[in-house]
Design a protein around this ligand. Structure first.
Ligand code: BG6
Length: 484
């Protein structure tokens, strides 16, 4: 296996929020990895912008330290880090004022790709877009990258879309959902559309149900002010889980191109049935054993925000009629585990004795940890004594199957930032997709707010509230264990 790197053209990447957490933790360490992979052109430049007074030298030092903190020791040599940070510059800019903008303009070069990463809160998106336009820093070929949360409901998402559209065309706007940059998520499309094995069976006739789990062990980690206003529904479901659902449920696009893929995803969101109040369970983690509770973390004993949600979602179209999608996500759960399980139906008629055991196939797509796929098949248990059936996994962990030459599995951000430079929007959300996702989630959130519904309490590091198990039990099904 030879890993292939596609060269990119020279670029000036401006990061607003260039000294912030995301830039230090994800964006710049991601670019450093691309630099190591030989994908950063020699004359590429990254310009960090923020409000602080920093020289280029001080900024380079800050990012050098961030790379040392957020990339594994095994992949970095001091000389590479130094060579990488030489691509960095710093400009002090006041997003809401006038200072720094002329300076930024003077830093930009002609004849290279210009990309502007808005790694700041959405309240600044409008001001940044307006100033990039009025100071003539962005041109019709420039790209802007915006982070989630893209709005907190349909009205605010529409407003954001309208503000950005005043200065940028949709083809220039890259809305990040970092789940789309995860290697296995892209592999879901490769598995579905690069093989003839699965697609003929990928429908209600053969699929009993689908489970999508994104379980985290982390808690609120000092993000209480944001999280308590969002909850798991806004923080994870409206974006990440919805994207996983779309890629699993969508019809085959005619081409692997941005609009063909996004048109199909949009159709799935529009086909979602409104969620029945009996079809979801909200949870909030308890404290104990020296661990704080959710309410303590967000410093509000009366908080009724959910840190966990499980739901049964119906996609109302020909392909999926009768096959539910069970979604769950939560914080402070037993293990960090994200996966999609496609559970197939049992064979229509068993030719074996009743006590041979009945089994069905399951295709598990593991996003993290241990990215890979696993197909369970039914075989005969070895040995004499009649026909007894057992389910065994045909396991393919990518790291094992592809070997060390395939290199490390890239982090979502490094892939996505390079896609921006290449001008490939396939793995970014289109404005209408985001709005459709909010249009589905808004009434659900309004419903439980109106009823002042309290979430069920669950033990930290468990599988979530008991009722979430019941959501499947009552349908004669069960969740896969949450385990690393
Ligand atoms: C973010 C959420 O979008 O995704 C966080 O805001 C969450 O709350 C994170 O922890 C999970 O991402 P990952 O890549 O660690 O699964």
């Amino acid at each position: 296996m030879v890993s292939r790197t596609i060269p990119v053209d020279p670029f000036d990447l401006v990061i607003f929020g260039g000294t912030g957490d995301l830039a230090r933790r994800k964006i710049l360490p991601g670019l450093f990895r691309r630099f190591l992979a030989g994908q950063m052109p020699e004359d590429a430049r990254v310009i960090g912008c923020a409000r602080g007074d920093l020289t280029d030298t001080a900024y380079r030092k800050m990012i050098k330290e961030a790379i040392e903190e957020f990339t594994p020791k095994t992949i970095r040599k001091a000389k590479d880090v130094s060579a990488f940070v030489n691509h960095l510059h710093y400009v002090k800019v006041d997003a809401l004022g006038t200072s720094g903008w002329k300076d930024l303009k003077a830093h930009m070069r002609d004849g290279v790709i210009r990309a502007f990463y808005f790694s700041v809160g959405p309240s600044l998106f409008g001001a940044l877009a307006e100033r990039l336009h009025s100071y003539k820093i962005a041109d019709s070929d420039s790209r802007i990258v915006v982070e989630k949360p893209f709005g907190r409901d349909l009205a605010s998402a529409k407003e954001l879309n309208a503000t950005l559209a005043e200065h940028f065309d949709e083809t220039q706007i890259y809305r990040i959902d970092h789940y789309l940059g995860k290697e296995t998520v892209q592999n879901l499309m490769a598995i579905r559309f690069g093989n003839v094995l699965f697609e003929p069976l990928w429908k209600a006739q053969y699929v009993d149900h689908i489970q999508i789990t994104v379980a985290e062990t982390v808690g609120i980690e000092g993000r209480g002010a944001y999280y308590d206003k969002s909850g798991a529904m806004r923080d994870m479901v409206q974006n990440h889980l919805m994207q996983l659902l779309c890629l699993t449920a969508m019809e085959p696009p005619s081409r692997f191109d941005p609009d063909a893929v996004r048109d199909e995803k949009l159709k799935v969101i529009r086909a979602l049935e409104p969620l029945d109040p009996d079809d979801y369970v909200r949870g909030q983690f308890k404290g104990g054993d020296g661990k704080s509770s959710y309410a303590e973390d967000v410093e509000d004993p009366a908080s009724i925000t959910e840190s966990f949600i499980a739901m049964k979602v119906k996609v109302s179209n020909w392909r999926w009629n009768g096959t539910p999608f069970y979604l769950r996500t939560g914080k402070r759960l037993k293990a960090r585990m994200s996966e999609i399980v496609v559970r197939f139906k049992e064979p229509p008629h068993s030719i074996f004795e009743a006590d041979a055991g009945n089994h069905s196939n399951a295709l598990t797509i593991r996003l993290q940890p241990n990215e890979g796929i696993d197909l369970s098949v039914t075989i005969k248990e070895p040995g004499p004594g009649g026909m007894r059936l057992v389910e065994v996994p045909l396991d393919m962990t990518f790291a094992d199957a592809l070997g060390p030459e395939a290199g490390e599995i890239p982090d979502a951000y490094e892939r996505l930032v390079m896609d921006v430079i290449r001008g490939d929007q396939t793995l970014f959300m289109r404005g209408d997709e985001v709005e459709a996702a909010w249009a589905w989630t808004d009434p659900i959130i309004e419903g439980w707010r109106g009823r002042e519904e309290k979430p069920k309490l669950y033990d930290s590091y468990s599988s979530g509230p008991e009722d979430a198990l019941m959501l499947l039990h009552r349908d004669g099904r069960r969740w896969r264990e949450i385990e690393a």
